[in-house]
Write a protein that binds this ligand. Structure first.
Ligand SMILES: [Fe+2]
Length: 350
Protein backbone atom coordinates (compact mmCIF):
# COMPACT_ATOMS: atom_id res chain seq x y z
CA UNK A 1 0.00 0.00 0.00
CA UNK A 2 1.32 3.38 -0.82
CA UNK A 3 -0.22 6.31 0.98
CA UNK A 4 2.88 8.44 0.82
CA UNK A 5 2.82 10.16 -2.61
CA UNK A 6 -0.42 12.05 -2.01
CA UNK A 7 0.61 13.00 1.52
CA UNK A 8 4.05 14.06 0.38
CA UNK A 9 2.47 16.20 -2.30
CA UNK A 10 0.60 18.02 0.45
CA UNK A 11 3.57 18.21 2.78
CA UNK A 12 5.89 19.56 0.13
CA UNK A 13 3.49 22.42 -0.52
CA UNK A 14 4.08 25.40 1.77
CA UNK A 15 0.93 25.93 3.84
CA UNK A 16 0.41 29.39 2.42
CA UNK A 17 0.40 27.98 -1.10
CA UNK A 18 -2.42 25.53 -1.57
CA UNK A 19 -2.63 26.14 -5.32
CA UNK A 20 -3.44 22.98 -7.16
CA UNK A 21 -4.36 20.90 -4.11
CA UNK A 22 -7.70 19.28 -4.72
CA UNK A 23 -10.13 18.59 -1.89
CA UNK A 24 -13.22 16.51 -2.44
CA UNK A 25 -16.05 17.54 -0.11
CA UNK A 26 -18.64 14.77 0.35
CA UNK A 27 -21.82 15.80 2.13
CA UNK A 28 -25.53 15.39 1.43
CA UNK A 29 -26.24 18.89 2.74
CA UNK A 30 -26.14 21.40 -0.09
CA UNK A 31 -25.49 24.29 2.29
CA UNK A 32 -22.47 22.51 3.85
CA UNK A 33 -21.09 21.73 0.39
CA UNK A 34 -21.49 25.35 -0.68
CA UNK A 35 -20.02 26.78 2.54
CA UNK A 36 -16.98 24.51 2.38
CA UNK A 37 -16.52 25.08 -1.31
CA UNK A 38 -16.49 28.82 -0.76
CA UNK A 39 -14.31 28.75 2.37
CA UNK A 40 -11.73 26.32 1.02
CA UNK A 41 -11.56 28.05 -2.37
CA UNK A 42 -10.77 31.29 -0.58
CA UNK A 43 -7.90 29.50 1.15
CA UNK A 44 -6.52 28.48 -2.23
CA UNK A 45 -7.75 24.92 -2.53
CA UNK A 46 -9.42 23.50 -5.60
CA UNK A 47 -12.71 22.08 -4.40
CA UNK A 48 -14.74 19.22 -5.86
CA UNK A 49 -18.05 18.18 -4.32
CA UNK A 50 -20.24 15.08 -4.15
CA UNK A 51 -23.52 14.54 -2.31
CA UNK A 52 -22.91 10.91 -1.28
CA UNK A 53 -20.30 8.17 -1.31
CA UNK A 54 -21.42 6.74 -4.61
CA UNK A 55 -21.06 10.06 -6.38
CA UNK A 56 -17.72 10.60 -4.61
CA UNK A 57 -16.38 7.33 -6.08
CA UNK A 58 -17.32 8.51 -9.58
CA UNK A 59 -15.65 11.86 -9.04
CA UNK A 60 -12.51 10.27 -7.57
CA UNK A 61 -12.29 8.00 -10.58
CA UNK A 62 -12.48 10.94 -13.01
CA UNK A 63 -10.55 13.52 -11.02
CA UNK A 64 -8.39 12.21 -8.22
CA UNK A 65 -8.37 14.55 -5.19
CA UNK A 66 -5.43 15.06 -2.82
CA UNK A 67 -7.67 14.90 0.24
CA UNK A 68 -11.24 13.86 1.01
CA UNK A 69 -13.45 15.60 3.53
CA UNK A 70 -16.50 13.43 4.14
CA UNK A 71 -19.71 13.39 6.14
CA UNK A 72 -20.77 10.08 7.80
CA UNK A 73 -24.51 9.76 7.19
CA UNK A 74 -25.54 10.12 3.56
CA UNK A 75 -28.10 8.39 1.36
CA UNK A 76 -27.08 5.69 -1.17
CA UNK A 77 -23.55 5.27 0.24
CA UNK A 78 -22.46 6.58 3.62
CA UNK A 79 -19.05 7.83 4.69
CA UNK A 80 -18.19 4.55 6.44
CA UNK A 81 -18.64 2.52 3.29
CA UNK A 82 -16.82 5.09 1.17
CA UNK A 83 -13.89 5.12 3.60
CA UNK A 84 -13.71 1.30 3.67
CA UNK A 85 -13.88 0.99 -0.13
CA UNK A 86 -11.14 3.57 -0.66
CA UNK A 87 -8.95 2.12 2.06
CA UNK A 88 -9.22 -1.32 0.49
CA UNK A 89 -8.34 -0.05 -2.99
CA UNK A 90 -4.59 0.25 -3.61
CA UNK A 91 -5.27 2.97 -6.19
CA UNK A 92 -6.91 5.28 -3.66
CA UNK A 93 -5.86 4.12 -0.18
CA UNK A 94 -3.18 6.82 -0.06
CA UNK A 95 -5.65 9.73 -0.24
CA UNK A 96 -5.98 11.22 3.28
CA UNK A 97 -9.62 10.88 4.41
CA UNK A 98 -11.01 13.37 6.94
CA UNK A 99 -14.36 12.60 8.57
CA UNK A 100 -16.85 15.31 9.52
CA UNK A 101 -19.30 14.24 12.18
CA UNK A 102 -21.07 15.15 15.36
CA UNK A 103 -19.85 14.74 18.93
CA UNK A 104 -22.13 11.80 19.68
CA UNK A 105 -20.95 9.74 16.73
CA UNK A 106 -17.71 8.63 18.34
CA UNK A 107 -18.27 4.91 17.64
CA UNK A 108 -18.58 5.39 13.88
CA UNK A 109 -15.61 7.68 13.82
CA UNK A 110 -13.49 5.10 15.66
CA UNK A 111 -14.58 2.57 13.05
CA UNK A 112 -13.54 4.90 10.28
CA UNK A 113 -10.17 5.63 11.88
CA UNK A 114 -9.57 1.89 11.94
CA UNK A 115 -10.57 1.78 8.31
CA UNK A 116 -8.13 4.35 7.05
CA UNK A 117 -9.58 7.74 8.05
CA UNK A 118 -6.68 10.09 8.79
CA UNK A 119 -8.54 12.50 11.08
CA UNK A 120 -11.97 13.75 12.06
CA UNK A 121 -13.47 17.13 12.70
CA UNK A 122 -16.51 17.66 14.91
CA UNK A 123 -19.55 19.48 13.51
CA UNK A 124 -20.40 22.29 13.79
CA UNK A 125 -17.06 23.85 12.89
CA UNK A 126 -15.96 27.06 11.25
CA UNK A 127 -13.57 27.39 8.38
CA UNK A 128 -10.69 28.38 10.73
CA UNK A 129 -11.08 25.16 12.70
CA UNK A 130 -11.16 23.19 9.47
CA UNK A 131 -8.01 24.93 8.25
CA UNK A 132 -6.27 24.00 11.51
CA UNK A 133 -7.19 20.34 10.94
CA UNK A 134 -6.05 20.45 7.32
CA UNK A 135 -2.79 22.17 8.27
CA UNK A 136 -2.24 19.49 10.91
CA UNK A 137 -2.64 16.83 8.25
CA UNK A 138 -0.18 18.75 6.12
CA UNK A 139 2.42 18.73 8.90
CA UNK A 140 5.51 16.54 8.92
CA UNK A 141 4.61 14.98 12.30
CA UNK A 142 1.25 13.94 10.95
CA UNK A 143 2.91 12.38 7.93
CA UNK A 144 5.04 10.30 10.27
CA UNK A 145 1.94 9.21 12.19
CA UNK A 146 0.22 8.24 8.95
CA UNK A 147 3.27 6.27 7.90
CA UNK A 148 3.30 4.46 11.23
CA UNK A 149 -0.42 3.73 10.99
CA UNK A 150 0.07 2.42 7.49
CA UNK A 151 2.92 0.23 8.62
CA UNK A 152 0.75 -1.23 11.41
CA UNK A 153 -2.15 -1.76 9.00
CA UNK A 154 0.12 -3.56 6.56
CA UNK A 155 1.59 -5.64 9.39
CA UNK A 156 -1.89 -6.65 10.57
CA UNK A 157 -2.99 -7.55 7.07
CA UNK A 158 0.10 -9.72 6.69
CA UNK A 159 -0.59 -11.35 10.03
CA UNK A 160 -4.20 -12.15 9.07
CA UNK A 161 -3.03 -13.43 5.67
CA UNK A 162 -0.47 -15.61 7.46
CA UNK A 163 -3.06 -17.08 9.81
CA UNK A 164 -5.45 -17.64 6.90
CA UNK A 165 -2.70 -19.54 5.08
CA UNK A 166 -2.20 -21.66 8.18
CA UNK A 167 -5.89 -22.53 8.22
CA UNK A 168 -5.77 -23.36 4.52
CA UNK A 169 -2.70 -25.53 5.05
CA UNK A 170 -4.53 -27.26 7.89
CA UNK A 171 -7.55 -27.95 5.71
CA UNK A 172 -5.45 -28.99 2.74
CA UNK A 173 -4.20 -32.04 4.68
CA UNK A 174 -7.72 -33.37 4.73
CA UNK A 175 -9.57 -33.50 1.43
CA UNK A 176 -12.87 -33.58 3.32
CA UNK A 177 -12.39 -30.16 4.88
CA UNK A 178 -10.53 -28.48 2.03
CA UNK A 179 -11.93 -25.00 1.40
CA UNK A 180 -14.37 -25.26 4.33
CA UNK A 181 -13.34 -22.01 6.05
CA UNK A 182 -13.34 -20.09 2.77
CA UNK A 183 -16.91 -21.25 2.07
CA UNK A 184 -18.05 -20.44 5.62
CA UNK A 185 -16.44 -17.03 5.15
CA UNK A 186 -18.36 -16.50 1.93
CA UNK A 187 -21.68 -17.46 3.51
CA UNK A 188 -21.15 -15.49 6.74
CA UNK A 189 -20.14 -12.31 4.92
CA UNK A 190 -23.15 -12.78 2.61
CA UNK A 191 -25.48 -13.05 5.60
CA UNK A 192 -23.97 -9.96 7.23
CA UNK A 193 -24.42 -8.04 3.98
CA UNK A 194 -28.02 -9.21 3.75
CA UNK A 195 -28.57 -7.98 7.31
CA UNK A 196 -27.61 -4.52 6.10
CA UNK A 197 -24.05 -4.58 7.49
CA UNK A 198 -21.59 -1.91 6.37
CA UNK A 199 -18.61 -2.76 4.18
CA UNK A 200 -16.57 -2.77 7.39
CA UNK A 201 -18.87 -5.42 8.94
CA UNK A 202 -18.80 -7.49 5.75
CA UNK A 203 -14.99 -7.46 5.73
CA UNK A 204 -14.87 -8.46 9.41
CA UNK A 205 -17.31 -11.31 8.73
CA UNK A 206 -15.04 -12.50 5.95
CA UNK A 207 -12.08 -12.64 8.35
CA UNK A 208 -14.24 -14.27 11.05
CA UNK A 209 -15.36 -17.01 8.65
CA UNK A 210 -11.84 -17.70 7.48
CA UNK A 211 -10.51 -17.97 11.01
CA UNK A 212 -13.45 -19.58 12.84
CA UNK A 213 -11.69 -22.96 13.04
CA UNK A 214 -8.17 -21.59 13.62
CA UNK A 215 -8.08 -23.52 16.92
CA UNK A 216 -7.91 -26.81 15.00
CA UNK A 217 -4.23 -26.00 14.57
CA UNK A 218 -3.86 -27.28 18.13
CA UNK A 219 -5.75 -30.55 17.53
CA UNK A 220 -3.76 -33.76 17.16
CA UNK A 221 -3.63 -35.20 13.62
CA UNK A 222 -4.84 -38.61 14.74
CA UNK A 223 -8.05 -36.94 15.97
CA UNK A 224 -8.45 -34.26 13.31
CA UNK A 225 -7.88 -36.60 10.41
CA UNK A 226 -9.63 -39.63 11.88
CA UNK A 227 -12.18 -41.01 9.45
CA UNK A 228 -13.98 -43.28 11.93
CA UNK A 229 -16.27 -42.14 14.72
CA UNK A 230 -14.43 -40.27 17.50
CA UNK A 231 -14.32 -41.86 20.95
CA UNK A 232 -15.14 -39.89 24.12
CA UNK A 233 -11.56 -38.69 24.75
CA UNK A 234 -11.06 -37.72 21.14
CA UNK A 235 -14.32 -35.80 21.10
CA UNK A 236 -13.25 -34.00 24.27
CA UNK A 237 -9.96 -33.14 22.60
CA UNK A 238 -11.57 -31.69 19.46
CA UNK A 239 -13.92 -29.65 21.64
CA UNK A 240 -10.85 -27.73 22.75
CA UNK A 241 -10.54 -25.98 19.39
CA UNK A 242 -12.72 -22.95 20.30
CA UNK A 243 -10.52 -22.39 23.39
CA UNK A 244 -7.32 -22.74 21.39
CA UNK A 245 -8.70 -20.47 18.66
CA UNK A 246 -9.73 -17.83 21.19
CA UNK A 247 -6.32 -17.86 22.81
CA UNK A 248 -4.69 -17.27 19.40
CA UNK A 249 -7.10 -14.47 18.39
CA UNK A 250 -6.73 -12.75 21.77
CA UNK A 251 -3.09 -12.05 20.99
CA UNK A 252 -4.03 -9.92 17.95
CA UNK A 253 -5.91 -6.82 19.18
CA UNK A 254 -6.97 -5.74 15.67
CA UNK A 255 -9.15 -8.84 15.27
CA UNK A 256 -10.35 -9.15 18.85
CA UNK A 257 -13.90 -8.37 17.62
CA UNK A 258 -14.13 -11.74 15.83
CA UNK A 259 -13.45 -13.61 19.06
CA UNK A 260 -17.16 -14.45 19.68
CA UNK A 261 -17.29 -16.31 16.33
CA UNK A 262 -14.13 -18.29 17.04
CA UNK A 263 -15.18 -19.12 20.60
CA UNK A 264 -18.93 -19.73 20.25
CA UNK A 265 -19.61 -21.21 16.80
CA UNK A 266 -20.32 -24.67 18.28
CA UNK A 267 -22.94 -23.47 20.75
CA UNK A 268 -26.50 -24.71 20.15
CA UNK A 269 -29.80 -22.91 20.66
CA UNK A 270 -30.98 -25.64 23.08
CA UNK A 271 -27.88 -25.22 25.25
CA UNK A 272 -26.34 -28.57 24.30
CA UNK A 273 -23.40 -27.10 22.43
CA UNK A 274 -19.87 -26.29 23.54
CA UNK A 275 -17.69 -24.80 24.98
CA UNK A 276 -20.03 -22.96 27.38
CA UNK A 277 -23.43 -24.53 26.75
CA UNK A 278 -24.91 -21.10 26.02
CA UNK A 279 -28.60 -20.99 25.10
CA UNK A 280 -30.66 -19.00 22.58
CA UNK A 281 -29.92 -15.31 22.20
CA UNK A 282 -27.09 -15.46 24.72
CA UNK A 283 -25.03 -16.95 21.88
CA UNK A 284 -23.46 -14.06 19.94
CA UNK A 285 -25.37 -13.44 16.68
CA UNK A 286 -22.42 -13.87 14.34
CA UNK A 287 -21.57 -17.17 16.06
CA UNK A 288 -25.17 -18.35 15.46
CA UNK A 289 -24.88 -17.35 11.82
CA UNK A 290 -21.53 -19.13 11.53
CA UNK A 291 -23.12 -22.29 12.97
CA UNK A 292 -25.66 -22.26 10.11
CA UNK A 293 -22.92 -21.77 7.49
CA UNK A 294 -20.77 -24.43 9.17
CA UNK A 295 -23.64 -26.95 9.24
CA UNK A 296 -24.66 -26.35 5.64
CA UNK A 297 -21.09 -26.72 4.43
CA UNK A 298 -20.53 -29.88 6.48
CA UNK A 299 -23.72 -31.42 5.03
CA UNK A 300 -22.86 -30.61 1.42
CA UNK A 301 -19.22 -31.74 1.70
CA UNK A 302 -18.15 -35.33 1.16
CA UNK A 303 -17.17 -37.33 4.23
CA UNK A 304 -15.24 -40.63 4.30
CA UNK A 305 -18.44 -42.43 5.21
CA UNK A 306 -20.92 -40.56 3.00
CA UNK A 307 -21.21 -38.38 -0.09
CA UNK A 308 -22.08 -34.75 0.44
CA UNK A 309 -25.80 -34.06 0.34
CA UNK A 310 -27.53 -32.22 -2.46
CA UNK A 311 -28.26 -28.55 -1.91
CA UNK A 312 -32.00 -29.15 -1.47
CA UNK A 313 -31.53 -32.01 0.98
CA UNK A 314 -29.03 -29.96 3.01
CA UNK A 315 -31.48 -27.06 3.16
CA UNK A 316 -34.17 -29.35 4.53
CA UNK A 317 -31.77 -30.71 7.20
CA UNK A 318 -30.75 -27.15 8.14
CA UNK A 319 -34.43 -26.24 8.37
CA UNK A 320 -35.20 -29.19 10.64
CA UNK A 321 -32.34 -28.15 12.97
CA UNK A 322 -33.84 -24.67 13.32
CA UNK A 323 -34.74 -23.91 16.94
CA UNK A 324 -32.88 -26.85 18.50
CA UNK A 325 -29.37 -26.72 17.11
CA UNK A 326 -29.56 -23.62 14.94
CA UNK A 327 -30.89 -20.11 15.45
CA UNK A 328 -34.25 -19.72 13.60
CA UNK A 329 -33.54 -16.11 12.61
CA UNK A 330 -30.16 -17.06 11.18
CA UNK A 331 -31.67 -20.03 9.32
CA UNK A 332 -34.31 -17.75 7.83
CA UNK A 333 -31.67 -15.23 6.85
CA UNK A 334 -29.62 -18.03 5.28
CA UNK A 335 -32.61 -19.22 3.24
CA UNK A 336 -33.34 -15.69 2.07
CA UNK A 337 -29.71 -15.14 1.18
CA UNK A 338 -29.62 -18.36 -0.81
CA UNK A 339 -32.77 -17.40 -2.63
CA UNK A 340 -31.11 -14.22 -3.84
CA UNK A 341 -27.51 -15.39 -4.35
CA UNK A 342 -28.20 -18.91 -5.57
CA UNK A 343 -26.73 -18.59 -9.08
CA UNK A 344 -23.30 -17.52 -7.78
CA UNK A 345 -23.12 -19.76 -4.76
CA UNK A 346 -24.21 -22.99 -6.35
CA UNK A 347 -21.19 -22.73 -8.66
CA UNK A 348 -18.84 -22.78 -5.69
CA UNK A 349 -20.19 -26.10 -4.56
CA UNK A 350 -20.13 -27.42 -8.11
FE1 LIG B 1 -15.32 -25.48 14.52
Amino acid sequence: MNRIPAVEKIVKKPFEDKTGLKILVVDDSKSIRLTLEEGLSMEGYLVLTAKNGKMALERIHDNRPDLILSDVYMPEMDGLELCAILHGDPLYSDIPFVVMSTENDAANMRHMMRFGAAAFIIKPFNIEQLMMTLNKICSYEFLLLLKEKERLDAEQKLLIAGITSLVQALEARDKYTRGHSERVSLILSGLVKRLGGTQYDIDRAQIAGRLHDIGKIGIRDNVLLKTERLNYDEFEHIQQHPFIGASIIKTIPSIADILPVVFSHHERMDGNGYPQGLKGDSIPLWARMTAVADTYDALTSDRPYRKGMSHDKALSVVNSASGTQLCPDSVLLFFEWFEYEKPDIIGIYG
